[in-house]
Write a protein that binds this ligand. Structure first.
Ligand code: NAP
Length: 347
């Protein structure tokens, strides 16, 4: 009888109140079985850490079910097939799948996709050429109706969603204003991603101060607000929107630790009545979207953007954390802006 094989995974030990702590997670060994017919065993090389995972830790209604206590934390992951009991997939193939925070996974072959040889590094499938990059591309092109000469504002600009949005917008001839959480991140946004201006949100005490700064940088107003963060930035931008502006509601990471994923989110000065009035008198379009509704368009995104990433015309940054044992603290850091670019764990 062959010896049992073990790998480690991260499960949800308890539900956080506010910012998660490392005690909310459990790193545990599990037995790696051989794949049954139609399955493959994947040796995971990288898994993704993303802001949406905070919502999955709450027992609250959302667009997806919460992670159950004691269950593996969800994540997109890439890896190499180590054993295959499926006709279409060979040992050695690189694959992507929602395998979770884990070092290895036995999965149905129907739930994974082969990664084309042209994509290098393979971890790009978790960032610029994966879900976050696709999110930026989809949100801007489907809901932004961008036109040359217009002005766009986006927060979390050095992250994988924001950096895709500003680079695509720049290519279309828009003026771009990024918001980031440090001067170092702002320098990166300008030097690497080519934004016209970047504001460090930590330097502003109030939404009013931030609004004045945005007004100075965008004297003709803002046409597209790509909403990634909520909070102070949201309050600062809405009054600066032009007539017929577009607000693309992608995420609100600054509120994710405030109770049931936004249910208790408050704004300091922007009441619902005021926001509603702004939408009316400025004739704004507001489009929320969840990218998982649009997977059928992923290949179109990859066809459009992969050549630009390969040629270096669209740039990306990966923040690589070594070892599954460091995933919980890295994730907590992400929710505080400690990451620099797309956060992935190399296992
Ligand atoms: N709708 C969808 O289907 C979809 C899909 C993917 C992502 N999203 C959303 O898109 C947004 C960006 O995702 P991403 O993967 O690109 O994330 P990311 O930029 O890699 O990481 C999150 C960033 O948010 C910023 N942040 C964290 N706490 C903040 C706070 N209190 N106030 C202001 N900024 C804060 C930090 O950047 P700074 O240090 O620069 O502030 C942090 O680095 C998130 O809201 C995410 O949930 C939505």
């Amino acid at each position: 009888m062959s010896a049992k094989r073990y790998a480690r995974r991260v499960t949800l030990a308890s539900r956080p109140v506010g910012l998660p702590t490392v005690d909310n997670f459990l790193i545990e060994p599990f037995v790696v079985n051989s794949p049954l017919s139609g399955q493959v065993l994947v040796k995971v090389t990288h898994f993704s850490l993303d802001p949406y995972m905070r919502g999955r830790m709450d027992d609250a209604a959302s667009y997806a079910a919460p992670v159950k206590l004691g269950h593996i934390m969800e994540a997109g992951a890439v890896g190499r097939v180590e054993e295959s009991a499926s006709d279409g997939i060979e040992v050695g193939d690189w694959v992507y799948g929602r395998m979770g925070w884990t070092e290895a996974a036995v999965v149905d072959a129907s739930l994974i996709q082969k990664i084309p040889a042209s994509i290098e590094p393979k971890s790009l499938c978790l960032g610029a050429l994966g879900m976050p990059g696709f999110t930026g591309w989809w949100g801007l092109t489907q809901h932004g109706r961008p036109k040359a000469g217009e002005t766009l504002v986006v927060g979390a600009v050095t992250g994988p969603v924001g950096s895709m949005v500003v680079q695509l917008a720049r290519r279309l001839g828009l003026k771009t204003i990024g918001i980031a959480g440090s001067d170092e991140k702002c320098a990166l946004a300008v030097d690497k991603f080519g934004v016209d201006h970047c504001l460090n949100h930590k330097l502003f005490e109030s939404a009013n101060e931030m609004q004045s700064a945005i007004k100075t940088l965008a004297p003709k107003g803002v046409d597209i607000y790509f909403e990634n963060v909520g909070g102070k930035l949201f309050e600062a931008v809405v009054p600066e929107m032009n007539d017929f502006g577009r607000m693309i509601v992608c995420g609100m990471v600054s509120w994710y630790n405030e109770g049931a994923m936004g249910a208790d989110a408050r704004t300091d000065s922007m009441s619902v009545a005021n926001l509603w009035r702004m939408i009316l008198i400025k004739k704004l379009s507001v489009n929320g979207f969840i990218i998982s509704d649009h997977w059928s368009q992923l290949s179109k995104f990859v066809d459009d953007v992969e050549p630009l990433v390969a040629s270096g015309e669209i740039k990306y940054i990966e923040d690589v954390v070594m070892g599954i044992e460091n995933a919980p603290s890295a994730f907590i850091g992400l929710l505080q802006g400690h990451n620099f670019g797309k956060l992935v764990v190399k296992v």
